[in-house]
Ligand binder design. Structure first.
Ligand code: HEM
Length: 520
């Protein structure tokens, strides 16, 4: 895996000479390989009374499938599902990953058996440093303190609370499209990604701390994006190599590679977020920090700090990547853009303004397009992994305690039995399910429209907020602009930039041309 290789290469040796360390490392490596081979051989001798879970063939000794996942792991796993079925087992070094591409099975695993499958896999950075030993929501284990943080997040991000922030979300979307048009007019085209990041960061920052940034040059914006990037990188499961390959912990021990991550949290993230929380208590207007106190959530200062940093980290990239796929896909579908224009214009003609989120039922085609973009190009290949903290007996399978459980987002959203002709972009497929994504995700399995927000007790707590952000940007863009390719061609929607947790389109440029027939 590319990131894994990069991480191994990037291990620096601040205190030891490589030559001195080499014998120790070699002995440890030999011991680990011997142990791993012994386990593989001895496990092969056992008789299984449960249904066997298929393992893709391309595994190497000791590292397993770690190096077989290719440049876009989500798509490699989708190919394996096509060959081997809805549940497959990957050997990721010494870990077992169970990947699921069938929503019914995923529902049984993550919802019906949620009590056993709602842990997060252990990641040293995410748990020990970022979450200060288990605080916050995203990477903490489902214990009493997590329940308080999760209840707090659901309360401050739920539909009732998000209503307070609707005017600001609409204002940010308007600003976003102003920037797109201005840049397209001045420079001929625009790479929308940074402006999308500013848009989603401003919404998260204003919602959480009550402030916004005027430009992407603002030092606090730059600092925050750096904190988000570094955290996302270290929190990705595959970047904690010692979890997969115990040999790497020998490097960690000798070369103290943990101290860099610890320093980052203690000397960069913590003071910065502590200050933001303090300032948020004083600023005018509503914000999450104030709501946590007003709504009586019993969080310590550190718990508030970790929770707010979880929200900023989880809420920025996810929405901007979703919108960047939406723009890239629709640039290649002018016919779809024209149908969107017609629906939006009909609303604007009778109301004199763009629709608000609570008027979405008047825009069935627009809603379907938003959902189809998310189905067609899921932004997280594997969601956020869960872990089993008990042996799991499900259908005829037995999944041992300590396994990593993952829903394979690419495969699940390309199932022909749920989405006929899945490789074709067909917005109309969602016209019969116009529920909000929030209620579809939390409703019966049969009513779910897509699975991008995860499952069960750990399901994304901010679906409503995410949906309103996507909706507001969407109606602003297509009420005012047509998205056109540049002379370099259309955005490449077959390639992908694989980040730590999300998968974005390869960087591209498009033109946001003011619609000559725009009604606003
Ligand atoms: C289109 C946008 C988004 C997508 C596709 C998305 C997707 C996800 C997924 C797949 C998970 C993991 C669920 C699981 O473990 O089964 C998750 C968790 C989470 N999301 Fe989102 N998300 C989005 C936007 C947001 C936003 C705007 C926020 C802002 C606050 C947010 C906050 C969180 C948090 C805090 C968690 C961790 C929940 C937990 O561990 O209990 N997400 N999200």
């Amino acid at each position: 895996m590319d990131q894994a290789t990069k991480l191994i290469k990037s291990i620096s040796l601040p205190k030891f000479d490589r030559k001195e360390a080499l014998p120790v490392v070699s002995i440890a490596a030999a011991a680990s390989i011997f142990y791993a081979s012994y386990r593989v051989l001895s496990s092969g001798q056992k008789k299984h009374k449960f249904k066997e879970i298929p393992v893709p063939g391309s595994a190497y000794p000791y590292v397993g499938h770690l190096m077989s996942l290719g440049d876009i792991p989500g798509r490699t796993v989708a190919k394996w599902h096509n060959e081997l079925g809805p549940i497959i087992k990957l050997r990721m070094g010494v870990q077992n990953w169970f990947m699921i591409s069938d929503p019914t099975l995923a529902h049984k695993v993550f919802v019906s058996k949620g009590a056993e499958t709602s842990s997060r896999p252990h990641n040293v950075f995410a748990h020990d440093h970022h979450s200060i030993g288990g605080m916050g929501i995203s990477f903490s284990q489902p214990n009493g303190r997590w329940k308080v943080s999760r209840a707090a997040a659901i309360s401050v991000l739920g539909p009732k609370s998000v209503e307070k922030y609707m005017p600001l979300i609409r204002e940010e979307s308007k600003e976003l499209v102003n920037r797109f048009i201005e840049c397209s007019e001045n420079e001929g085209s625009v790479n929308p990604f940074v402006d999308l990041e500013l848009n989603s960061m401003n919404i998260m920052f204003k919602t959480t701390f009550g402030r916004r940034f005027d430009s992407i040059q603002h030092p606090e914006f730059l600092k925050l994006t750096e904190i988000v990037d570094v955290t996302m990188k270290h929190c990705a499961l595959e970047n904690d190599l010692a979890n997969f390959l115990p040999i790497v912990s020998v490097f960690d021990y000798f070369f103290d590679s943990q101290s860099e991550q610890k320093d980052f949290i203690e000397n960069e993230r913590n003071p910065f977020f502590r200050r933001l929380v303090k300032e948020a208590e004083q600023v005018e207007g509503p914000n999450v920090v104030k709501s946590l106190v007003e709504d009586g959530f019993d969080l310590t200062d550190d718990e508030t700090m970790v929770l707010t940093s979880d929200l900023i980290i989880a809420g920025t990239d996810t929405v901007s990547v979703t919108l960047s796929w939406n723009i890239a896909i629709l640039c290649g579908h002018p016919d779809v853009q024209h149908k969107i224009f017609a629906e939006l214009d009909k609303f604007i003609e009778s109301n004199g303004r763009v629709p608000h989120f609570n008027e979405r039922s008047q825009l069935p085609y627009c809603i379907s397009v938003m959902k189809e973009c998310m189905r067609y190009r899921p932004i997280t290949p594997f969601g956020l992994p869960h872990a089993t903290h008990e042996d799991l007996y499900i259908d005829d399978y037995m999944i041992p305690k300590g396994s990593i459980m993952i829903s394979s987002m690419n495969s699940i959203h390309k199932r022909a039995d749920i989405y006929p002709d899945p490789e074709t972009f067909i917005p109309e497929r969602f016209m019969n399910n116009l529920k909000t994504m929030q209620s579809a995700a939390n409703g019966r399995l049969e009513d779910r429209d897509h699975y991008n927000f995860g499952w069960g007790r750990r399901m994304c707590p901010a679906i409503y907020l995410a949906e309103t952000e996507i909706f507001s940007a969407f109606v602003q863009i297509y009420s005012r602009c047509i998205i056109e390719p540049t002379s370099d061609g259309f955005p490449d929607i077959d390639g992908a930039r694989v980040g730590s947790l999300t998968v974005a389109p390869v960087h591209y440029k498009v033109k946001f041309t003011k619609r000559s027939d725009a009604l606003i």
